[in-house]
Design a protein around this ligand. Structure first.
Ligand code: SF4
Length: 343
């Protein structure tokens, strides 16, 4: 699919959560550097994947994009207007254009409200002049659009399965025909058999409604067929950004290579032929991240004296991928180490 101009331009986005101490928590003693200088564009109509291990900053980035969190610094231009510094009141007209789908369909729905009233909420907030009868009609149309039975309008969330509950979340998110949907691990709480149904639903809705989607996942195998481009995050930074096929077939950052090494491959002969890169150690603490290249404490290609001193920029590498690395993976390394790569 051809994609248009940038819908969102993110530049040098930073979110540090202060760590305080003292009786009234008045003294700041440090900060969790959840997002630290992230820049990327999201084009109209595309799906951008944000991928990385837990704690890499992808969910914080999602909440910053939709302004559920206030950034510490940086800009988020939505159709040319910087929304990063707008007040809650100034944000209201933008809110209807940016909706989120949350990971856990069990906790993101109010258990005491009927499905009808849950999906009605966006209309009540943003289109209060719409009468009750019209509203019910629109909600039932939405229920049908996402594959729910409109006759279940008065049922409570616990009367639905996990997949159906996520459909309720999707219906609520598309109610106002937003431009942007940020889906934060929308299938990771679901059974594998249900995941594909929700992914297909999102793809169908994207085509029908011309949606732009930011799709967050910790698992690279989920995003491959969903995303046009993928940004890989590590410890609050984007370390590689490329088209989905380029990223899978020719990863340049050693971290992306290691993540792809962990993706199961259905062909055992192909899997056996590759030398898997297994990441050792835990992700370092975002309160005290490693110097320069933050991956240098776990990187199989690290060159001390360079990688721990000189912070690599996110620059174009061979094949066009943007990668923040002084010694990116060569085609030969990719061919021998990455099971998903073309042999
Ligand atoms: Fe590894 Fe060095 Fe590249 Fe960082 S800059 S990813 S430590 S090779």
């Amino acid at each position: 699919m051809a994609h248009g101009d940038p819908l969102i331009e993110v530049r040098d986005l930073v979110k540090h959560f202060p760590i305080t101490k003292g009786l009234i928590r008045a003294k700041q003693v440090g900060a969790v550097q959840a997002v630290d200088g992230v820049s990327f564009d999201i084009r109209e109509g595309e799906t951008l994947g944000l991928v990385g291990e837990s704690g890499c900053g992808k969910s914080t980035t999602a909440r910053l994009l939709t302004r559920l969190l206030d950034p510490t610094s940086g800009t988020i231009e939505f159709r040319g207007k910087d929304i990063a510094s707008l007040s809650r009141k100034e944000l209201k007209p933008f809110r209807r254009d940016m909706q989120m789908i949350f990971q856990d369909p069990y906790s993101s729905l109010n258990p005491r409200k009927t499905v009808g009233s849950i999906i009605s909420e966006p209309f009540i907030i943003h289109e209060p002049s719409v009468g009750e009868k019209d509203r019910k009609c629109r909600v039932q149309e939405l229920m049908e659009q996402v594959g729910l039975n409109p006759e279940h309008y008065n049922r409570l969330p616990h009367e639905f399965s996990g997949g159906q509950r996520q459909r309720i979340g999707v219906a609520r998110a598309i109610a106002l025909k937003p431009k942007l949907i940020v889906a934060d691990e929308p299938v990771s709480a679901l059974d594998v058999s249900i995941q594909a149904q929700i992914l297909n639903l999102l793809r169908d809705l994207q085509r029908e409604l011309g949606l732009t989607i930011v799709f967050i996942a910790h698992d690279l195998s989920v995003v491959r067929h969903m995303c046009d481009r993928i940004a890989v995050m590590y410890l609050g930074r984007v370390v590689e950004l490329a088209g989905a096929d380029e990223l899978y077939n020719h990863p340049r950052h050693p971290y992306t290579g290691a993540l792809l090494s962990a993706v199961p491959v259905p062909d055992p002969r192909l899997a056996k032929a590759k030398v898997r890169q297994v990441l050792t150690g835990d992700v370092p603490s975002p309160t005290n991240p490693p110097s320069a290249c933050r991956f240098h404490t776990r990187c199989p290609k690290v060159v001390m004296g360079k990688c721990d001193v000189d912070d690599p920029a996110l620059d174009p590498k061979e094949g066009g991928n943007l990668a923040a690395c002084h010694f990116p993976l060569s085609d030969r390394e990719v061919a021998t180490q990455v099971p998903t790569a073309a042999a």
